[in-house]
Design a protein around this ligand. Sequence first.
Ligand SMILES: [Zn+2]
Length: 278
Amino acid sequence: MSRVSLRLGLIILCLLGGLPGAVSHAGELPFGLRGAAVQGGLLRGQVPVGTKVWLGDQPVRVGENGSFLIGLSRRAQRSLTLRLLYPDGEVRQETFSITQRDYDIQRIDGLPAGQVSPSDTDLARIRRDSAAIKKARQVKTDTPLFEGDFIWPVTGIITGVYGSQRILNGEARSPHLGADIAADEGTPIRAPADGRVVLADDEMFFTGKTLLIDHGHGLVSVYAHMSALDVVEGAWVAKGDVVGRIGQTGRATGPHLHWGVHLNGVGLDPALLAGDMP
Ligand SMILES: [Zn+2]
């Protein structure tokens, strides 16, 4: 190898971020990222307009104002690499660590086989509901519609936590991707952050009276089991606005709000966004 190509190789290596010290220390986030670097967490970043961003080999959507969001899934890897290509051609990358979590896994064996399966009518409704939710989630607002931190939609007792899962007769059910907050029937429920109502449905099979609020950038809140909806599809809501009431519609065993937050389909932990329950 000639000296010139060796030097060129070193320059390319540096450009790709193979520089010493490119690995963040635990708890430190690169490039001014903010948020909880933990499974189920949401990270927020800001780059100069025109910068391209990748997480691993996946492109990250950057808004017109240079802001971007990263959602860490329930099973996010121990370490992730963020790569930035600035408008002037400079490339930077850093690897940072993600705190891993233990989830509440409940194994229940010996249940009688042949549990009630939904009727054809119910199945049709279940399919219609999931198609409507999927469609509403696809609404892509490129700009962030929210600023600052999220708030809890309602004050109450947390009866269901993010990530928990039940394994019935050895069969793993879908993990619980949200927070359940128990409160008295009729208690007002507030928007956790600014956004626009992209779905307001009166009678979904599992989730009853259901709301989806688009916070922009692919970040969506879902509220389920409400007794009343106080907003209509298309309405703009501000953080703290009352949007509905606590109930137990759909499949619920008591009055509570199920609050889920999804970023481009990745279920996040609302408790990490809203902090301690007041
Ligand atoms: Zn729930």
